[in-house]
Design a protein. Structure first.
Length: 295
């Protein structure tokens, strides 16, 4: 029974991460300004996930932690906006490498705001990842992508902040606040967007992104946490880093710079080793205390 649950979670997270990895490619294919993409992506995500939340009567979960749910929705709206702006101003490879450091921001924020201790391995990982990001920020042509890199760094910090918030308030329903974050990002983007000036092809790409790709990826990844430890789910996000770079490289010819590849290799290697060690320790803990499984 436990094996079946694990397999179900594995299928969900793999499909979810692969689906998520097309985000950067679809933003490129939309061929319009960043704010218009933010508007339509957020609005369409709100429409799809909002209907799902309403039909499943999940909106009642907002009564448990209304202010923390609002804060999470605001962070998610900010993350969505920053990600699109980052991709519009930097190579997708740069963006996904920088975003992959979000769990380390979460560890720092958990120490600052929740008083949780930070393991030595996490501190070492943070230091080495900073060196890897330094290569991304200082590579050839990096000055022309500085704004995009900074947007990505801010998005990684916001993701870490939201993960910390969700850890502090586990009763928050992720799907509900993601729907709210989509609506808020659309509201933020509307004054600067041109949502009605696109052709049918671009609307088609935005529809795929907002109605199918992002909602499906979000639901699959969030559902996988019911069957897999969060450390394992986090490890699969590194697959998105590699695939997100591959799609735009292969299909659009957006070749990453040598420094980005080197910095990305450093960051991904460190994060894989860090996640593997964390997963190993978690399995040891569950073997010693089997009653904690599923808690």
């Amino acid at each position: 029974m436990q094996t079946r649950r694990y397999q179900r979670g594995l299928v969900m997270v793999v499909l979810g991460v692969v689906c998520l990895s097309f985000d950067g490619l679809l933003i490129r294919l939309a061929r319009t300004d960043g704010w218009t993409i933010v508007f339509w992506r957020g609005l369409l995500m709100f429409c799809v996930l909002g209907v799902l939340c309403w039909s499943a009567k999940r909106l009642t979960t907002l009564n448990r932690h209304p202010f923390s749910s609002l804060a999470s929705a605001l962070l998610l709206g900010l993350i969505s906006s920053l990600f699109v702006l980052a991709v519009m101003n930097a190579n997708v490879a740069n963006v996904v490498v920088i975003l992959s450091t979000a769990p380390l921001f979460a560890a720092l924020f958990s120490r600052i705001f929740l008083g949780e201790s930070v393991a030595l391995r996490t501190l070492v990982a943070i230091a080495v990842c900073m060196l890897g990001m330094g290569l991304v920020f200082m590579g050839k042509g990096a000055m022309g992508m500085l704004a995009g890199n900074l947007y990505a760094l801010a998005a990684a910090a916001a993701i870490g902040g939201n993960l910390t918030l969700l850890r502090r308030y586990p009763a928050i329903d992720p799907m509900t606040v993601i729907a709210g974050g989509g609506l808020l990002s659309a509201a933020i983007a509307l004054p600067m967007a041109s949502p009605l000036n696109l052709d049918a092809e671009r609307y088609g790409v935005l529809a795929v992104m907002g109605l199918i790709q992002m909602p499906l990826a979000t639901v699959l990844i969030n559902s996988a946490t019911r069957y897999l430890p969060s450390t394992e789910v986090a490890l699969f996000y590194l697959v998105e880093t590699a695939l997100g770079t591959l799609w735009v490289w292969w299909l659009l010819g957006e070749t990453p710079g040598v420094s980005t590849l080197m910095g990305g290799a450093v960051v991904i290697t460190v994060l894989v080793l860090h996640a593997w060690r964390g997963l190993h320790l978690e399995r040891q803990r569950l073997q010693l205390y089997p009653g904690l499984i599923g808690k």
